[in-house]
Design a protein around this ligand. Structure first.
Ligand code: ADP
Ligand code: MG
Length: 466
């Protein structure tokens, strides 16, 4: 008896004939299980479905371990996984990133249906090809071009020119999209490269499972330390968890010393991750840090246009311009708007008029002023940050500090609310052209003054809760 199949057949037949379980129970929870890997220190069993995985792991895992020990003569912990049979071999199903809500259709670009994966020597793989997120369908603009270029370079040849690559930006701005685009590109074009994508949250959970011996530590370690390219999404979630940080520190060092590429995505700059160990902070900044900012008008327009085309929605440029002007915030909102319009156009079965579009998205326009944020809060925030009184920001005095704070307040109002230029001007007794020039000034200054850029973006993030 030397093959996995024979060992497993023996285990199952012992369970079936043990009298511990009724026949229906055996058929339901045991019969389809499959041993896919066995080493000196651990075993992996494929449960085929998530439901079975949940039930077996809570009720029958000790039974499985006991009967396996009986057959092989030594104890090994069993890890349960869900795999899918494909023409590429067995593919492990990993958790999808929180993907956008999909109303109609499968949202998969033509010609890219199906899944593929890198296959290691066991015929198993840790990544799934996710056709929702590729470089082809990532629209590049001023606010994300550096992050995009850095990711493209890594996907193309992993020359390790910047290691690690640290990408930060608010929610819904395309970080996960870029990480998956790299993973997908590697799966398709660099067959011998092992790309491992993991969310910080899952890394932390797997660490806990290993500590509590649900998953053998060695299995957990090998999975990450054998990566050629490790992509950690939402890395902020490992902060504040001592043993997870410790493990990640060693994973990082091992990969870094082996000149393997590490890419980290985070919802804030390194310095602002609370409770992250200093030694990790330092390492995260060893390579290249790039940020993604909320989309500017041009990018909003381009994204709306491209998503409308993808959904076969016929929207005039006028309508698209109106939407780009009125739906601010993140790219997920823009996508949501197009999906909703698509759904509506299918229902009414004609092209959408300007009025229909406005009616359909009314609540999105108001919600682009993030819920709960009032104009007063924006004034308060700027007043506190620059130690000037709110009345002075709104007033006419023109000292350097006051003009500066005033311009910044205008810029923030313009960026995160959907107030028109004249509405904003109303708060300052200003003509709308002066509002516009204040916005351009701040935006130009931010390009050359990193402290200003940081402060303004920090205030925006705090206000919008991103
Ligand atoms: P994050 O991880 O930063 O929260 P995601 O990568 O999940 O954001 O992006 C949110 C949604 O917006 C996804 O559906 C993604 O495909 C889409 N998206 C983000 N940036 C772009 C872009 N530049 N071009 C096209 N779609 C984008
Ligand atoms: Mg994400």
């Amino acid at each position: 008896m030397d093959s996995l199949n024979e060992i497993w057949a023996c285990v199952l037949s012992n369970i079936a004939s043990s009298g511990e379980f009724s026949e229906p129970t055996y058929n339901l929870w045991f019969r389809d299980l499959e041993l896919v890997k066995l080493t000196n220190t651990y075993a992996i069993v494929d449960t085929k479905t998530q439901l079975k995985k949940d039930i077996v792991s809570s009720r029958y895992i000790y039974t499985l371990e006991k009967y396996l020990t009986d057959v092989i003569g030594f104890e090994v912990p069993i890890t349960l996984e869900v795999y899918e049979e494909t023409s590429f071999g067995k593919i492990k199903i990993v958790d999808e990133p929180k993907s956008p809500e999909i109303i109609f259709g499968d949202d998969i670009p033509e010609g890219q249906e199906g899944i593929q994966g890198n296959i290691d020597e066991d015929g198993l793989t840790h990544v799934l090809y996710n056709p929702l997120y590729t470089f082809d369908n990532f629209i590049v603009g001023n606010t994300n071009k550096f992050a995009h270029a850095a990711c493209k370079a890594i996907a193309a040849d992993a020359e390790h020119s910047y290691n690690p690559l640290f990408i930060y930006g608010g929610s819904g701005l395309g970080k996960t999209h870029l990480l998956y685009a790299i993973t997908n590109e590697i799966i398709l074009r660099r067959k011998n490269t092992n790309a491992v994508y993991v969310r910080g949250e899952d890394f932390a959970n797997e660490m806990i499972n290993s500590l509590s011996k649900k998953v053998p530590m060695q299995y957990f370690r090998e999975k990450y330390r054998k990566a050629d390219v490790l992509l950690v999404d939402d890395v902020q979630f490992i902060a504040g968890k001592p043993s997870t940080q410790e493990e990640f520190f060693h994973t990082f060092n091992t990969l870094y010393e082996d000149k393997k590429q590490i890419i980290l995505a985070c919802d804030r700059p390194v310095k602002e991750i609370p409770s992250l160990e200093e030694r990790l902070k330092t390492r995260f900044e060893w390579g290249l840090t790039v940020d993604i900012q909320p989309p500017d008008y041009e990018l909003r327009f381009a994204i709306l246009k491209s998503k409308a085309i993808k959904f076969g929605l016929n929207l005039s440029d006028n309508i698209l311009m109106f939407l780009a002007d009125n739906i601010k915030g993140n790219i997920r909102h823009l996508e949501g708007a197009i999906k909703r319009l698509h759904a509506t156009s299918l229902l009414i079965n004609t092209d959408l008029t300007f009025d229909k579009v406005k009616e359909c998205l009314q609540d999105m326009f108001s919600s682009s002023m993030p819920t709960g944020i009032t104009v007063d809060e924006i004034f308060e925030m700027v007043s506190k940050k620059y130690s000037v009184a709110v009345e002075d920001i709104k007033g006419k005095k023109r000292t350097k500090e006051l003009s500066n704070a005033r311009h910044i307040a205008i810029y923030i109002l313009r960026t995160i609310t959907n107030l028109s230029l004249s509405d904003i001007g109303g708060y300052f007794n200003m003509h709308h052209t002066s509002v516009l020039s204040a916005c351009s000034k701040v935006s130009e200054d931010m390009k050359v003054d990193p402290t200003l850029e940081h402060n303004v973006n920090e205030m925006i993030r705090t206000l919008t809760g991103q």
